[in-house]
Design a protein around this ligand. Structure first.
Ligand code: BES
Ligand code: ZN
Length: 587
């Protein structure tokens, strides 16, 4: 047996799936997909084949020529799901599985019309990273595997079905429409993605359209006006854009992430629509994944920093190229704060091993291990490399790295071997092992200074001068609020809110930083706003710290429990499970 990914039953000695033909009928009444997956192998083979599944009902398994095949579905493991073992006669070219998904499929959220902006049509979307594709399609759900696919989605005719793939055709057939899509570039299974809803689009750049519900699409086009500049910056830093289109889809508010780098169609939270273009670095980040993550992919969740650390680095380079070095420095400072908080939290929870870059996740759910560490410690590690060799050499290294591993998957060890060859002496110079296998952030980590940061630090805890705050960007507000002591006197907080209307902020980053310092200081006048946010938004970046703050004080623990009991049904299954485990840990 050769299993290389602790989160997949895929066996590298079995036939490897190379392409997928997927047909799925979307049924909003039963909240299921009735589906068929035809998997073709890279090389025909016989013997056992192990596929990953979660909560799938398997109807039939046959060879591609229709001959029935013997199969066995094992009892489900709570993290991995159930192994589908199929016995293949010699020289089998592929298998066809007819099956249905479950209404609780962990990748899928089925939204009632009330949960959308329009309020009249239902909505369905997928979120497959890290290991949820298996709840939608039976396959080898490991990022070491890459597949091309063709798909046919049958949807109610009044709705649009979109996939993170190339559009082929749409044909209406009575009450339903069949949407055909194709993904000609091989992608890891976690990048399979689709959405179905009342969706409209507008052109937003030379290679980009923005999709959203009709009432949202204009605001979205305005907010994301910088797409072409991001693409130009990305291509000049990292090489040609390999995915043809870079379209964006603004999701309903329950989308559990800020963004998801689904190829050709990045999914984004509507909380980015702040009306001030201050959150576009999430777009820069998802675009950057087109090189780091989607082209060069982490071989398993244990090497997640190769996806996210590299992408944070690339994101901040795009920000620097398009908005300047001061803006990039402010963002880097925010990231450093978040990193320090994440490290302190893992240490206090007795899980310091999750602060390493290279992790060991046998028996650990990647959704529970998720944190800022792979992003921001990974970023600092790459910055340390850059500082050590100088930017020109590092830029050449980045391009060589992408060229060497494009359309592949790599481990941390392979990354280190490549680096040792390309930049001899560098890993020793920065003491790479303490970064990779050590806990916490090395004391030698690069610290970025900037004039705006010095000015913010100089403010200390003295009252905030009006002339200063009037000029604050949303990022400076966030840095200021995050830097306030816990607790800050309630009188000080009340004055701040009276003067700057923070509770009414339309910028979710500023709002959440404000709610956190208020809740952590016992300024409970903000409770109704916090409760409303927990009811309306499903982005885990906000849910997790807000629930944590509420659970952290006996006086508000019950507010947290009641809010979760009320809102859990409207969260995406991933967010529901993650907040549930926070509730369980709080007792
Ligand atoms: N790929 C991630 C989102 C993700 C990570 C989904 C792990 C599932 C498992 C995406 O690129 C991301 O990092 N999004 C960030 C935004 C970014 C600016 C840091 C987010 O959602 O906040
Ligand atoms: Zn990312």
């Amino acid at each position: 047996m050769a299993r290389h990914d602790p989160h997949s039953y895929a066996d590298t000695e079995h036939p490897q799936v190379q392409s997928l033909r997927w047909k799925a009928r979307v049924d909003f009444a039963t909240r299921t997909l009735e589906a068929e997956a035809a998997l073709t192998f890279a090389v025909p083979g016989g013997g056992p084949l192990h596929l990953d599944t979660r909560d799938l009902t398997i109807h039939t398994v046959t060879a591609l020529d229709g001959k029935p095949l013997a199969f066995q579905l094992s009892p489900a493991d709570p993290i991995l799901g159930a192994r589908l073992a199929i016995q293949l006669p010699p020289r089998t070219a592929g298998v066809r599985v007819r099956y249905a998904t479950s209404p609780g499929a962990s990748a899928l959220q089925w939204l009632a019309p009330e949960q959308t902006a329009g309020g009249e049509q239902p909505f369905l979307f997928s979120q497959c990273q890290a290991i949820h594709a298996r709840s939608v399609v039976p396959l080898q759900d490991s990022p070491r595997v890459r597949i091309t696919y063709e798909a046919e989605l049958t949807v109610p005719a009044r709705l649009r079905g979109l996939m993170a793939a190339a559009f082929v055709s749409r044909r209406q057939d009575g009450a339903v429409a069949v949407e055909s899509w194709a993904m000609p570039q091989p992608v890891p299974p976690y990048l399979l993605a689709f959405a179905v809803g009342d969706l409209a689009s507008r052109e937003a750049g030379a290679r980009s359209r923005v999709w959203a519900e009709p009432s949202v699409v204009d605001a979205a086009v305005w907010e994301f006006a910088g797409i072409d500049a991001f693409l130009a910056a990305g291509e000049s830093l990292f090489g040609p854009y390999d995915w043809d289109r870079f379209d964006l889809l603004v999701m309903p508010p329950s989308f559990p992430y800020g963004g998801m780098e689904n190829p050709r169609l990045t999914f984004l939270t509507p909380t980015l629509l702040a009306g001030d273009r201050s959150q576009v670095r999430v777009v820069a980040h998802e675009l950057a994944h087109s090189w780091t993550g989607n082209l060069v992919t982490n071989a398993s969740a244990e090497h997640f920093w190769l996806n996210e650390g590299w992408t944070r680095y690339a994101e901040l380079r795009i920000v620097e190229a398009t908005a300047g070095v001061e803006t990039a420095a402010l963002h880097a400072a925010l990231c450093r704060r978040e990193l320090d908080k994440a490290v302190a939290r893992f240490v206090s929870e007795g899980r310091p091993e999750l602060t390493r870059l290279r992790t060991h996740l046998e028996g650990v759910d990647p959704d529970d291990a998720f944190s800022e560490v792979p992003y921001d410690k990974g970023y600092l590690f790459l910055r340390a490399m850059e500082d050590s060799v100088g930017r020109p050499r590092f830029d050449a290294f980045v391009r060589a790295y992408i060229r060497a591993f494009r359309f592949g998957a790599i481990t941390t060890e392979e990354f280190l071997a490549f680096t040792a060859k390309e930049l001899p002496g560098t890993l020793e110079a920065i003491d790479a092992p303490t970064w990779i296998d050590g806990a916490g952030v090395p004391a030698t980590a690069p610290v970025q200074r900037s004039a705006l940061l010095e000015a913010l630090d100089a403010l200390g805890t003295a009252p905030l001068p009006r002339a200063t705050a009037e000029r604050f960007s949303p990022t400076e507000w966030q840095l200021y609020l995050d830097g306030l002591p816990r607790p800050t006197p309630v009188d000080t907080l009340r004055t701040l809110d009276d003067t700057w209307a923070l509770t009414a902020s339309g910028n979710h980053e500023v709002l959440v930083s404000w709610l956190l310092v208020a809740l952590e200081s016992g300024h409970d006048a903000v409770l109704p706003r916090a409760e409303r946010l927990l009811a309306e938004v499903g982005r885990m970046k906000y849910l997790k710290p807000l629930y944590r703050a509420l659970l952290g004080r006996p006086a508000t623990r019950d507010v947290a429990r009641k809010a979760f009991a009320r809102n859990a049904p409207s969260y995406h299954p991933i967010a529901r499970a993650v907040v549930q485990s926070m509730m369980d840990a709080a007792g």
